[in-house]
Design a protein. Structure first.
Length: 284
């Protein structure tokens, strides 16, 4: 249901995507991967009343200690009713609150608490609502009400010195149109071939749907639903010469493959994409 919430429980290095991940400085690798996870978590946002400690750890301004305190406060006092209630969390000071508040979602009495609009901009949004002669919930729900808001009227001062510019106002209005939206692409269920559950079920010539799990210089690994990835050699990726597999396939891509050979003793599966012209084998 929420793959991001589960993935953050893993050490990113343990996912094992990347042919040379053990050849680089491990400290730099960890910091780089943690930065990517943090950017993903902050882009999606976190429901503070349901998020695990692991997920909260990656919210800007929190970290492991404050994430633990947020969960402890939630368990002791019940769900947070507003973003402002986060100020009561032990050791969560003004600076941490300022950094984290915009990424934490709270389903409570304040409709803006469910959006990515930062609390420091609530007064601005309420002024927009007054000028549009409506309440904030109506501004969120009614495109006509938002159409009465002229963003240029709210540009104030120098954005570099605490002012608010048109780009920020545009972002705020986009959030008001779809408050709390998840920026991730829509999820589509993928189904492996029926009756193919074990490596023993594979026979040469069988055509199967699969998902690319890793791309290397010598080819790509594809999951076809038998708990062991098959290998598509670079020479079998397309009906033309391929010098770089990454130009043909990418991790997560749905592809159609043909079983070339199966070595049961060694648990090896040879696959090919040659001669398969299905649209899903085309790089998007």
């Amino acid at each position: 249901m929420d793959p991001l919430a589960e993935l953050v429980k893993l050490d990113p290095k343990s996912i094992g995507v990347g042919q040379y991940q053990h050849d680089v400085d491990q400290g730099d690798l960890r910091r780089a991967l943690d930065d990517v996870v943090m950017s993903c978590v902050n882009a999606v946002g976190v429901d503070v009343n349901t998020a695990s400690q692991e997920l909260l750890t990656f919210v800007s301004g929190l970290g492991p200690a404050l994430a633990k305190n947020v969960v402890a406060h939630r368990e002791e006092h019940g769900p947070f009713r507003s973003r402002d209630a986060l100020r009561k969390v032990k050791r969560l000071g003004p600076k941490a609150y300022e950094q984290a508040a915009g990424f934490l979602r709270v389903r409570g009495d304040e409709p803006l608490d469910q959006s990515a609009v930062h609390p420091e901009r609530y007064a601005l949004v309420k002024r927009m609502a007054r000028d549009a002669k409506c309440a904030v919930p109506e501004l969120l729900a009614d495109p006509t009400a938002r159409g009465r808001v002229r963003l240029a009227d709210y540009v104030e001062g120098d954005p570099q010195n605490g002012g608010i510019g048109l780009p920020t106002l545009t972002d705020i209005m986009a959030e008001l149109e779809k408050p709390g939206r998840d920026p991730r692409a829509g999820f589509s269920a993928f189904a492996f071939a029926d009756g193919i559950n074990r490596i023993e079920d594979l026979t040469p010539g069988l055509e199967l749907p699969g998902i690319v799990t890793n791309v290397t210089k010598f080819g790509a690994f594809v999951d076809v639903g038998v708990h062991r990835d098959g290998m598509v050699h670079v020479s079998q990726l397309a009906d033309r010469f391929v010098s770089d597999p990454a130009t043909v396939v990418h991790v997560g891509q749905e592809v159609l493959v043909r079983v070339v050979d199966v070595e049961l003793g060694r648990g090896r599966i040879g696959l090919s994409m040659r001669g398969l012209t299905a649209a899903k084998n085309t790089q998007p």
